[in-house]
Design a protein around this ligand. Structure first.
Ligand code: AMP
Length: 413
């Protein structure tokens, strides 16, 4: 099944093609037609299932179908998320999928100055992505008008309730027009979610997809502590000892991806790199070679990997941990899908202990630490700052110098 017969217009299809997506994910297959039918939706889907495009694509379509002249872009769609990170991520998705459409979108969350947000809102916004607290700050300052909202999306609603946002959500609901389409996305169905959906949704269509990642049971996650200078050697060792035929390896930077794939080639392991600086043709070829088994290792950056349509890989390796913890979840979601066994390995050096701690906090558990014989960590090596790679938002303190605590942490956990 391709995207072509889902009822999406050309500018959206073009943006999807530019992302390299060839086929809708299960949640997209169900959600897109349902939302286009103007039904309220209660969707059970976790991060990694493609849920964001699942609501963003039909939302953009619905907005573009309505040709009424809207003067000064009133907010027509409101997407509420529990965290700043998720808001930023959804905002990126809206911008990407809507890049050939004329809509203006904006992301507002707390922890940053409110004035620039006010001037953005003043200029007119069609699609607003917001966290509840800052949204209500704007309401109380009368710098936002929610009276024209036609579409409300609550993303990761269960997390919103866990974080105690129920009162904020109720306040927000009271400000919206009665007649609107509502979409509620949640990874779990608790009693509280049921209560919220009963209150919010009108004859909803229930959409559920199998758990596909996050800390999916089928993905075995380990970290291998190693000195930075010996990571490549360890990777080659793992590939050769394990006789791996197909492995997706993540690096933090484009340059790092190029360098690593070149080094692996020198070790006699067929490899290719894909990242944003490669042409679409080069990416397509690398992917085809990888799928056909002509290359064993595909080295990718986070952004490039988003467009990769490969599931059920036996091995995913984090050559470097991502600066953005959510990227870890996306990365490991590439393996062990649909009940297949998968293995996600992270090669972690002393510089990355703070990133590791953030990831473990996000996924809610410690990742098993496995020391590979012959790769003892040198306890005298001190942590150095990580300065490169995808940063979500400099203000949120990612990718900064390791704290003193991290610096003094040793790999012997
Ligand atoms: P999400 O569950 O929305 O966080 O998306 C998980 C990842 O899947 C993101 O990196 C998306 O860019 C990617 N993605 C979404 N839809 C597709 C698709 N149809 N084909 C390939 N990748 C996709």
């Amino acid at each position: 099944m391709s995207f072509n017969n889902l009822g999406l217009c050309k500018p959206i299809l073009q943006a999807i093609a530019e992302q390299g997506y060839t086929e809708p994910t299960p949640i997209q297959k169900q959600a897109i037609p349902t939302i286009l039918n103007k039904k309220d939706v209660l969707a059970g889907a976790q991060t990694g299932t493609g849920k964001t495009a699942g609501f963003t694509l039909p939302l953009l379509q619905l907005l573009s179908e309505d040709t009424r002249a809207h003067s000064k872009s009133p907010i027509r769609a409101l997407i509420v998320t529990p965290t700043r990170e998720l808001a930023a991520q959804v905002g990126e998705n809206v911008a990407i999928y809507g890049k050939h459409l004329p809509f203006k979108s904006a992301v507002i969350f707390g922890g940053v100055k409110i004035n620039p947000q006010i001037s953005t809102l003043r200029k007119g916004v069609d699609i607003l992505i917001a966290t509840p607290g800052r949204l209500l700050d704007h309401v109380s300052q009368k710098t936002i008008d929610l009276s024209k909202v036609e579409y409300l999306i609550l993303d990761e609603a269960d997390r919103m309730l866990d974080m105690g946002f129920i009162h904020d959500i109720k306040k927000i609901l009271a400000l919206l027009p009665k007649k609107r389409q509502n979409l509620l996305f949640s990874a779990t169905y608790s009693e509280d979610i049921k209560k919220l959906s009963n209150k919010l949704l009108n004859d909803p269509v229930l959409i559920e997809v199998a758990k596909s990642n996050a800390s999916a049971q089928s993905v075995q996650q380990v970290i291998h502590p190693v000195d930075k200078a010996r990571k490549r050697e360890l990777l080659t060792h793992l590939i050769q000892e394990g006789k791996w035929k197909q492995v997706l390896v993540f690096t933090r930077t484009k340059h790092g991806a190029n360098r690593l794939s070149g080094q692996l080639e020198k070790d006699g392991i067929a490899a290719a790199a894909i990242h944003g600086n490669k042409s679409q043709n080069a990416r397509t070829k690398a992917l085809a070679d990888f799928k056909a088994g002509a290359i064993r290792v595909l080295v990718a950056t986070d952004i490039a990997a988003r467009g990769i349509d490969i599931d059920q890989l036996p091995h995913v390796v984090n050559f470097e941990l991502p600066n953005v913890s959510e990227d870890y979840v996306h990365r490991i979601g590439r393996t062990g899908r649909a009940g297949n066994e998968g293995e996600a390995m992270s090669l972690v050096c002393v510089d990355e202990l703070e990133l590791l701690a953030n990831i473990e906090k996000l996924i809610g558990r410690k990742i098993t630490n496995v020391k590979v014989p012959g790769f003892r960590v040198d306890p005298l090596i001190e942590a150095e700052p990580i300065q490169n790679g995808r940063q979500k938002n400099a203000k949120q303190g990612r990718g900064r110098r390791p704290s003193r605590g991290a610096k003094n942490m040793r790999m012997h956990r």
